[in-house]
Design a protein around this ligand. Structure first.
Ligand code: ADP
Length: 319
């Protein structure tokens, strides 16, 4: 059973803004899944449909095995909305207990879990201070704790590290990993690509209301991975010819001290190492190389733009 399985989700706002244009998406149980896309791609719209905050124009699919919008299933989902505003007069602990009450968590459990979760997100000392006095990062931490109060099987986090400093972001990554270890599926929206790359098992790239690519980073970089062989001295023309003669038509690029061979099979680069070593070349490093999530993202956005929607290109340049 998938944590989330969607087919052909569409949303048209006010009869004219096509925010989602047929989204197909699968999130497996127990994985951290990242949805990335430029501003306005439709990420929040999708999460809001899953949480029944807004109505889809068209939606087929399941969440935790039940139809999207099933009320009992909603109680098993944790949700951190984008731009959330907790009432400033509530204390951190009260926020947690209030939202847990709305999910039907019994009073005794609320007390215990709120202390545990405030500890988890590093907010114990601030538990009895009013949210109105918190920084943005502190509000995000409380928001993440809030999303775990109902002990959810699936956690939807919309820009969880928004406004959080680098130390806090690292701590949040640890918390996400822990959610996964506890067997929860985590679905997160973010425009911070390097961050998603560090935590996600699988990602989907959404552009202009459509998921253009999804899979593990390994899958998405298939055919684009390679090995960089670095020499202690710059490679010469003679070395280049030698390398070409043992790489059997693989794509090879040369820089001064570095040669990159496009293959994900380590066996294919051994002849290069052997040939260079036989000529007495001192090698400084051999490193696997793969495109970053940012490379993939830019390529996807650019290819979408070249398929005839010029607006997509400009919007997509800055994720
Ligand atoms: P993202 O979360 O990827 O930034 P959104 O889901 O917020 O994208 O928005 C997708 C598109 O839908 C955008 O063009 C946005 O302007 C539009 N949109 C979002 N909410 C509304 C709304 N309530 N009414 C009209 N248009 C909306």
């Amino acid at each position: 059973m998938s944590a989330i399985q969607l087919t052909g989700v569409e949303k048209v706002y006010k009869g004219r803004v096509h925010a989602l244009r047929g989204v197909d998406l699968t999130v497996h149980p127990g994985e951290i899944f990242g949805l990335l896309g430029p501003n306005g791609a439709g990420k929040s719209t999708l999460v809001k449909i899953l949480m029944t905050v807004i109505r889809p124009t068209k939606c087929q699919g399941t969440v935790l095995g039940n139809p999207v919008g099933d009320r009992q299933t909603l109680a098993r989902i944790g949700y951190l909305p984008e731009h959330h505003r907790f009432p400033g007069y509530l204390k951190g602990r009260q926020v947690l207990e209030f939202f847990a009450a709305m999910s039907g968590v019994p009073r005794q459990t609320r007390r215990k879990r709120s202390s545990q979760l405030l500890e988890l997100v590093g907010m114990s000392e601030w538990a009895d201070k009013k949210v109105g006095g918190y920084s943005k990062g502190m509000r995000q931490r409380v928001g993440i704790a809030q999303a775990l109060m109902n002990n959810p099987d699936l956690v939807l986090l919309d820009e969880p590290t928004d406004g959080v400093d680098p130390v806090g972001r690292r701590e949040i990554r640890t918390i996400l990993a822990r959610m996964k270890d506890e067997g929860r599926a985590v679905f997160l929206n973010s425009h911070l690509l390097s961050e998603l790359e560090m935590v996600c098992d699988r990602v989907a790239i959404m552009v202009q209301g459509k998921v253009l690519r999804q899979g593990t980073i390994e899958e998405l970089t298939e055919g684009k991975r390679g090995y960089a062989i670095s020499g202690a001295e710059p490679f010469t023309e003679e070395h280049h010819t030698l390398i070409r003669s043992v790489t059997d038509g693989l794509e090879v690029t040369f820089e001064s001290h570095r040669t990159t061979v496009l293959t994900s099979d380590p066996a294919r680069i051994q002849p290069v190492i052997d040939a260079l070593r036989a000529r007495g070349v001192v090698l400084a490093a051999v490193n696997p190389m793969r495109p970053t999530l940012e490379d993939l993202f830019m390529e996807t956005v650019a290819s979408d733009a070249s398929h005839g929607r010029p607006g997509a290109a400009r919007k997509g340049v800055r994720p």
